[in-house]
Design a protein around this ligand. Sequence first.
Ligand code: PGA
Length: 248
Amino acid sequence: MTHLIAGNWKMNGSPASAKTLTSGLAAKVSAGVKAEIVLCPPAPLLAEVAATMGSGALTLGAQDCHANEKGAHTGDISAVLLKEIGCKFVIVGHSERRADHGETDAVVKAKAAAALMAGLTPIVCVGETEQQRERGETGAVITRQVQSSLPENATAANTVVAYEPVWAIGTGKTATTADIAAVHFQIREVFSALPGGAGAGALRILYGGSVKGSNAQAILATAGVNGALVGGASLDLDDFWRIIEACP
Ligand code: PGA
């Protein structure tokens, strides 16, 4: 399975920095690359990135979408429009959206369903908070999120899951590779019991949370890890490239 490396720029970047970063990456991947690379800039920069990335190994993704196809939803963006402007992926249920915008599993599930309907691959994020981890609830939280955030028609072929422990995002802390392997194994087990769960062995499960050049090799070589969702380090061309090169 080809590893998937997704760069989540979050609310960072400008037209100028998007052009510099994307053209730098496009030049590097033109020499060949083992991974599939997705760039998820803020929505106003999607067109800039699309125009700069060329037709090589880089693909475009968005950071969120609305559950509805169109309508009176000021400030929101439909999955259909994202597809039309060239996106292949959309992140849904990122912990920052769950926390900042009160997105529940049901909301995330509806967004993932909209993405699938539009022909996009949703990258559905799950992960426990520090408190939940300390209370020993990681397993229960992950099971509930996977069962409740994935639409019935999610399959290993059309959906990606990202395990992002909330306490590891932007903190410099990463889960141990043993913990990552255990949670990814669990996600695959829970997914396999869902309506579309046949062939769960082929489900791509990304790890996210302070992935950087210096720790990528160990994380990406961990059993059950099929790529990474990268925040901060995806804004630095050299560090992001080290992560891409670390793919086994
Ligand atoms: P980080 O973010 O790499 O900056 O920790 C990861 C994410 O939130 O997707």
